[in-house]
Design a protein around this ligand. Structure first.
Ligand code: PMV
Length: 397
C-alpha cells in the first residue's frame, strides 16, 4: 500500500486481457452475473495489452469519482457500484461489521484507469478493466479471498483475467453464485511456444454490447439450447489439449466454438452480426492455409466484434504474417508499425504460389496486428511514480 500522505490510501495495479477459446455467452442471473455455460480463456501478456488502475481513498473527498482513459465517467454504473459494494462488504465482514472504527469504509474513493490499447474495440478491454478494479480495490481495502467472484460482478469475462496462463470460469451451480469462480488450468509458462496475433480490423466501438446481445440470444435463439448442451464436452476436451499442448485439438475446438457462438448470434432475432466481410475473409484464409499445410497450424476466434484473434505456434509466425501482409497489406506500406508487440521475424514476400487461395487483396482492411503471447495475472505496482492520480486525488494529465 502506498501512503502518499497521512489519511490518504492509494494503490496502483495492472491487469491483463484474456481471449476466450470457449466463449461465455448468456447469463442465468443478470444481477449476480452467473453464466449459462463454463468458459476457457488464455490470458495475454500485459506488455502488449493491459489495464492500469489507481484507486485512492481520502476523508477529504466529497464524492466517489472515476476517470477512464482521461475522461470523467459516472460512478452510477450498476456494475461499478456492485463491485465496490461487494468489496466493502468483505471488509465489513473482516471487521465484524464495525464500520465506526473503520474510517476507510466511510471515505470516498477516486478511481483512474487507462488501457494501453483501444477500449471497447472487441479486444476484451472490459475484462482487463474490471479485473484491475477488483484487484486494486481489494488491495486498497486489504481484503483477501477469491477475487474472481468480485471481478465477475463488473463484467463476466473479467473473472478469467484474475489469473495468468490458461483459465477456466466454472459456471457453478449454487444460486448465490459462490461456486461461479475462475481457476487456473496451467500457468503462463506452460506452453511458451504458443503465440497470439490480434488482427485489428476496426478499433471502433462494437455495434451491440455483449449484455444486450446475450439477452437477445437467450430469448430468441433456438440453437442456444444445443450450444449449452455442447459446451461441457468442449471444455473438458480443450483443457486436456492445453495440458498436453496438443495444438491441433486446441485449434480445432477453438475455431468450432467461435463459429458456434457467432451462429447463435445469427440465430437471434433480429440477428446479431459481429463478423464483417473482412472477418470472414480471415476465416477463409486460415482454413486455406491449414489445408495447404495438410495440418491445422492456425486457429481463429472472434469475440463480440470483427477483430480476429489467431492462435499459432512461434515457428509459424513469420509465414502467417507474410500471408496476412500479402492479402491485407497495410495502407502505408510500413511494416514496422503494422505489426506491433513481440519481436517478429522479418516479413518477406511469399515464396510459394498462393493463387489457390481465392481471396482479393484488400489494402488497409486490417489496421494493425498485435503479436503477443500468454502472460501472468494482475499485479500491484509499488513505485509511487506509477500512480495515475496526483496527491490531490486528481488525474495526472
Ligand atoms: O464479459 P462480457 O460481458 O464483456 O462478455 C464477453 C463475451 C465474449 O467476449 C464474447 C466471450 C468471452 O467469453 O469473453
Amino acid at each position: 500500500m502506498d501512503n502518499m500522505e497521512d489519511n490518504i490510501k492509494c494503490v496502483t495495479c495492472t491487469a491483463p486481457v484474456n481471449i476466450a477459446v470457449i466463449k461465455y455467452w448468456g447469463k442465468r442471473d443478470e444481477e449476480l452475473v452467473l453464466p449459462v455455460n463454463s468458459s476457457v480463456s488464455v490470458t495475454l501478456d500485459q506488455a502488449q495489452l493491459r489495464a492500469k488502475t489507481t484507486v485512492m481513498a481520502s476523508p477529504s473527498f466529497p464524492n466517489d469519482r472515476m476517470w477512464l482513459n482521461g475522461k470523467e465517467q459516472s460512478m452510477d454504473s450498476k456494475r461499478i457500484q456492485n463491485l465496490l459494494n461487494e468489496i466493502k462488504q468483505w471488509r465489513k465482514e473482516k471487521h465484524n461489521g464495525d464500520t465506526c472504527t473503520d474510517g476507510l469504509l466511510m471515505w470516498k474513493v477516486h478511481i483512474c484507469s487507462e488501457n494501453n490499447f483501444p477500449t471497447a474495440a472487441g479486444l476484451a478491454s472490459s475484462a482487463a478493466g474490471y479485473a484491475c478494479l477488483a484487484y486494486s480495490l481489494a488491495k486498497l481495502y486489504n481484503v483477501e479471498g477469491d477475487l474472481s467472484a468480485i471481478a465477475r460482478r463488473g463484467s463476466g469475462s473479467a473473472c478469467r483475467s484474475m489469473y495468468g496462463g490458461f483459465v477456466e470460469w466454472d459456471m457453478g451451480s449454487q444460486e448465490d453464485g459462490s461456486d461461479s469462480v475462475s481457476r487456473q488450468i496451467a500457468s503462463e509458462n506452460h506452453w511458451p511456444e504458443l503465440r497470439v496475433l490480434l488482427l485489428v480490423v476496426s478499433d471502433q466501438q462494437k455495434s451491440m454490447g455483449s449484455t444486450e446481445g446475450m439477452q437477445a440470444t437467450l430469448k430468441t435463439s433456438q440453437l442456444m439450447d444445443r450450444r449449452i448442451q455442447c459446451v461441457p464436452e468442449s471444455v473438458e476436451k480443450i483443457k486436456e489439449a492445453i495440458l498436453k499442448k496438443d495444438f491441433k485439438t486446441f485449434a480445432e475446438i477453438t475455431m468450432k466454438d467461435s463459429n458456434q457462438f457467432h451462429a447463435v448470434c445469427l440465430d437471434s432475432c433480429p440477428p446479431i452480426f459481429y463478423l464483417t466481410d473482412v472477418s470472414k475473409q480471415i476465416i477463409q484464409l486460415v482454413h486455406a492455409f491449414n489445408s495447404s499445410c495438410g495440418i491445422t497450424k492456425v486457429a481463429y476466434t472472434f469475440d463480440a466484434g470483427p477483430n480476429a484473434c489467431l492462435y499459432l505456434l512461434e515457428e509459424d509466425v513469420g509465414r502467417v504474417l507474410s500471408l496476412i501482409c500479402h492479402f491485407f497489406p497495410p495502407d502505408k506500406d510500413d511494416l514496422n508499425t503494422f505489426v506491433q508487440g513481440l519481436q517478429t521475424p522479418s516479413i518477406s514476400p511469399l515464396k510459394k504460389d498462393v493463387s489457390f487461395i481465392s481471396l482479393p487483396v484488400q489494402r488497409g482492411a486490417i489496421q494493425y496486428v498485435i503479436h503477443t503471447q500468454s502472460g501472468p495475472g494482475p499485479s500491484i505496482l509499488q513505485d509511487p511514480a506509477q500512480s495515475l492520480l496526483q496527491a490531490d486525488g486528481f488525474p495526472n494529465s
